[in-house]
Design a binder for this molecule. Structure first.
Ligand code: SF4
Length: 343
């Protein structure tokens, strides 16, 4: 009897957007306290992080990932908090890498542990990494990560990742006016010709703890103009529908950069991202106010079909487009924290 070829379900939401990308947070903990994501005042010594029994196990994560792949997911991104803090993360990567249909298995990290782990991550089956780095200026960077972590060690991690073949390495810089916008041109100069893809991210009103103000946002248009003034650039076609970053390349061939303009040029119309929290709740938007508990189903003996039906129902009723409707009325909504569901 030949093997049954699984025909992926074509699952679309109310805006006809398929589910193509699954972002999986594997921990809500982080060793940084970036002021725009996990400010120390809130996430201090007494903050109650999720206990181990509340976290999805690797088997549970892999089972859910399979069910999502059956529904069209092709890209899986591991996030946190800081995913490299999750013990045994390479085992999970090896399990996810075995799922037929996963075309892109990637991970977003603050780079603090990357130099030590890059080779093991690649050997486990990870395809590439995205590393957050908000400035090359130690004083600025240390103030932003708020734990005094030096730039040099993140740069070491980036080079170790490239050497291990986790390429292209993407480098994410969140730009906040009056904090690190002075680093834009330096970052561009440093990563030009390196083969790494630097992306500038507009500062966002994620969660409820970073005191976001529109005045602190440096619009993508301004970032592009500033880069173009020193290193002429031109726009490049997206790699695929739903790609988050707008692509630009240096006219002199020194590579490309990206700009992620969630505030000034919303891209919700093509958003194909589902997010899973470390404790197994499904969120359909980075700015969601509530999720759907899949862990309860996993731990109550539900079948794959039953879990799949729940995912189908959630996605089919999805109409999120927060960045398109962002206003002074939405900023204060009880949004989920980014450190809880990953960027
Ligand atoms: S705001 Fe929500 S719907 Fe819009 S692009 Fe971001 S995650 Fe997608």
């Amino acid at each position: 009897m030949g093997s049954v070829t699984k025909i992926p379900l074509v699952l679309v939401d109310r805006l006809q957007r398929p589910v193509r990308d699954l972002r999986i947070s594997v921990t809500d903990r982080c060793n940084f306290r970036c002021t725009y994501c996990m400010p120390k005042e809130i996430f201090g010594r007494d903050y109650q992080f999720l206990s181990r029994d509340l976290l999805l196990t690797f088997e549970e994560i892999t089972r859910l990932a399979r069910i999502f792949v059956d529904r069209g997911v092709r890209k899986i991104r591991l996030t946190g908090g800081e995913p490299l803090l999750r013990k045994g993360i390479t085992e999970l990567i090896a399990m996810l890498a075995e799922i037929p249909g996963v075309e892109d298995l990637t991970l977003t990290t603050n780079g603090s542990l990357l130099a030590r782990k890059a080779e093991a991550l690649a050997a486990a089956g990870l395809d590439r990494v995205t590393v957050s780095l908000d400035s090359l200026d130690d004083e600025v960077f240390m103030a932003m990560n708020d734990v005094g972590f030096p730039v040099a060690r993140v740069l070491e991690g980036i080079e170790a990742a490239a050497a291990a073949g986790l390429t292209p390495v993407k480098v994410n810089m969140v730009v906040k006016r009056g904090v690190n916008d002075g680093s834009i041109e330096d970052m561009a100069e440093h990563f030009r010709g390196s083969g790494h893809i630097l992306r500038f991210i507009e500062y966002m009103d994620v969660g409820n703890t970073n005191g976001w103000r529109l005045d602190d946002v440096v619009p993508a248009k301004e970032i592009v103009e500033r880069i173009d003034a020193v290193f002429p650039i031109e726009p490049v076609e997206a790699n695929y529908v739903g790609e988050v970053a707008q692509r630009w390349r240096y006219k002199d061939g020194a590579g490309e950069i990206g700009v992620i303009a969630s505030v000034t040029q919303a891209f919700c119309a093509t958003c194909t991202r589902a997010r899973l929290s470390a404790e197994g709740s499904l969120y359909t938007c980075l700015f969601a106010t509530r999720g759907t508990d899949l862990r309860a189903l996993l731990r109550s003996g539900a079948s794959d079909e039953e879990i799949g039906e729940t995912i189908d129902a959630v996605w089919a009723s999805r109409a999120d487009r927060y960045s398109e409707i962002r206003s002074s009325n939405t900023v204060g909504l009880p949004k989920v924290e980014m450190s809880y569901i990953g960027g």
